[in-house]
Design a binder for this molecule. Structure first.
Ligand SMILES: Nc1ncnc2c1ncn2[C@@H]1O[C@H](COP(=O)(O)OP(=O)(O)OP(=O)(O)O)[C@@H](O)[C@H]1O
Length: 586
């Protein structure tokens, strides 16, 4: 049985005085001095208070054999000195809980499956030990791992895979900041951008390759990258990377393209959600791994105030306008707080964008049918505050770290509770508060149960009318159809390592009196039917970058093509609307 520890987090007090991380920038950029980042004027003047105390009460559990002890400071961590200087430059004063635990685990050479809430610093948690490990390996062997310029094939030491182009660019930007002046070279490869440019950069040498799966397969098949020297494999949004949309491609990359096997390479899986079915599947890629959960697996942070409003489909636009008008009044320094509006379909995104523009609101849409330049332009315009409303499909639901998103509106609720967790996680990041409003119409009843569980778990108000929907619906709207059980207790935190659940179940079946959380019983792998609803409807944005997936033989659908990336509101008070929206520009 895997050993485990559970610990409360030491309350770190942090101030972040620098520009929140950039991301989603298209094209290629040189490593920048992390201390010379552009700051919005207000932020540069005032510093940007980060309330990491918010994570104080989040329970942490790590299970597996011989789990390395967490660190309390970056200095304590076994990290390269140059990297530590960059961490300082980034004004990362203290590690976040996931960093405190993950960094020593990875530095000790262990495989890791880590689940931590949205906006809690997972990117640095895998980037720091990777960069440090590459540098240390270089010192040990006495030569640079960068291939000689002009070499035909690049041999990266680390591969970081992510589901969307924008997220890959964001990770590249982050890694570049952390690797500043260390000599560690980071290159990004993603679909929708000219491959020749990416190949040119690869030719100059690469230590860390950040990529979307489709473009990576393409580059490997062109024999421009070899995975034979991979020491670190990291999957960001790992549960997404291993679900029906990507599993085939990931298996191909990891198992059939000469990557060193588990045990030789180190494998790191990170996400805010980790359904048990995916955990099981993921264990194929891991060796003697540690499962780390910061907060309950798949839970949302209490920093996000969640409001669920009953709205008939035909009234949604009026409700949206009310919210946006109220926001204009409560805006900060004459600016609107950034609002991210999620819709279900690509067409729906275009239609809503057009309607908002006609109604006098500055809005822009992003979805998988837009060409990459349009996607990048939309994101840039939103992030800079020039266009304060972004209408998006799930292409923008995962990983994107957009500063100042004060309000996420689920104009259309997703069918899957995990998607909801990721969507609302675009606000309330890095210790900041945020507001998430969902328009709940009759057709959303399948998600009602999971939603209630999630709200209870995050100490949010559950509107009484929602219970009626939950009672009336049989399914849970949960990720891969298991959310109902998952959130049925709405209860306290518990271990979520599926290995422990299995053992506990076996013991239970053998009539031992072990106390098992029945609501976390192992789900069976979800079926193709469960996962494919969004594949069948060509208008729904499956939103991930799956270039070549059709040729890979997994799916043959237009959505998986080159261009696809693939309540009541309180007015005031401590958790009121005004205070929350204003924090977006604090
Ligand atoms: N130790 C730290 N000190 C200060 N800021 C930090 C620290 N770690 C991360 N951050 C900042 O917190 C923000 C969120 O981090 P990150 O994007 O890595 O979250 P995440 O856990 O990957 O979120 P998601 O689940 O949405 O992908 C970023 O702006 C990042 O720069």
């Amino acid at each position: 049985m895997p050993s485990s520890y559970a610990s409360p987090c030491v309350p770190p007090r942090l101030r972040r005085g620098a520009r929140p991380r950039g991301g989603g920038r298209g094209g290629f950029s040189r490593p920048r001095d992390p201390s010379s980042r552009l700051l919005p004027a207000d932020e540069a003047r005032n510093g940007d208070a980060i309330n990491f105390e918010a994570y104080e009460s989040v329970p942490v559990e790590a299970s597996g054999k011989d789990v390395p002890a967490p660190v309390n400071t970056f200095n304590e961590a076994d990290l390269d000195e140059g990297l530590k200087r960059n961490i300082e430059r980034c004004k990362y004063v203290k590690p976040t809980p996931v960093q405190r635990h993950a960094i020593p685990i990875v530095s000790a050479g262990r495989d890791l499956m880590a689940c931590a809430q949205t906006g809690s610093g997972k990117t640095a948690a895998f980037c720091f030990p990777i960069i440090s490990g590459i540098l240390k390996g270089r010192y040990r062997s006495g030569f640079s791992s960068i291939p000689s310029p002009g070499a035909a094939i690049a041999y990266p030491a680390a591969l970081i895979l992510s589901p969307t182009r924008e997220l890959s660019c964001q990770i590249r930007d982050e890694a570049n900041k952390f690797a500043y002046q260390t000599g560690v070279k980071v290159v990004v490869a993603y679909g929708g951008a000219p491959i020749t440019q990416q190949l040119r950069l690869l030719k100059k040498g690469v230590d860390i390759l950040v990529a979307t799966p489709g473009r990576l397969v393409d580059i490997i098949e062109r024999e421009r990258v070899s995975l034979t020297k991979i020491k670190y494999l990291a999957l960001d949004e790992a549960d997404r990377m291993l679900d029906m949309g990507f599993e085939h491609q990931i298996r191909k990359i990891v198992e059939q393209m000469h990557m060193p096997p588990p045990g030789i390479r180190q494998t790191l899986l990170f996400s805010a959600t980790f359904p048990n079915g995916i955990q099981k599947l993921a264990s194929d890629f891991l060796s003697n791994y540690i499962f780390l959960s910061v907060g309950r697996v798949g839970s949302s942070t209490e920093l996000i105030v969640q409001k669920i409003e009953p709205v008939q489909d035909m009234d949604k636009r009026d409700h949206l306008i009310k919210h946006l008008r109220r926001q204009s009044v409560h805006g900060f320094n004459g600016k609107h707080a950034l609002t991210l509006v999620f819709v279900e379909t690509k067409r729906g995104a275009d239609v809503l964008e057009g309607w908002l523009l006609r109604s006098g609101f500055s809005a822009v849409a992003i979805h998988g049918d837009k060409v990459q330049m349009e996607r990048e332009r939309a994101l840039r315009s939103f992030k800079s505050g020039v266009t304060p409303i972004l209408v998006a499909t799930d292409v923008a639901s995962r990983g994107l770290d957009i500063p100042h998103v004060a309000h996420v509106i689920n104009f259309d609720l997703p069918r899957d509770i995990d998607n909801y967790v990721h969507r609302i996680g675009r606000t309330g990041r890095a210790g900041k508060s945020g507001l998430a409003t969902a328009f709940f119409s009759d057709k959303n009843s399948p998600i009602a149960k999971s939603l209630i569980g999630l709200l209870q778990e995050a100490n949010q108000e559950v509107p009484s009318w929602l219970n009626q929907y939950a009672e009336g619906s049989s399914s849970g709207g949960g990720s891969q159809g298991y959310g109902a059980q998952r959130y049925s207790s709405g209860g306290s935190y518990g271990g979520r390592d599926f290995r422990n659940v299995i053992e506990a179940e076996v013991e239970n079946n053998n009539c031992y009196s072990t106390n098992v959380n029945a609501d976390h019983a192992v789900e069976s792998y979800y079926t193709a039917d469960d996962a494919s609803y969004d594949i069948q409807n060509s208008n729904i944005d499956s939103s991930f970058d799956t270039l070549n997936i059709a040729s890979a033989g997994s799916y043959n659908h237009t959505d998986f093509c080159e261009l696809n990336g693939a309540g009541r509101v309180e007015e005031d008070g401590p958790l009121g609307y005004a205070s929350i929206v204003a924090t977006g520009w604090d």
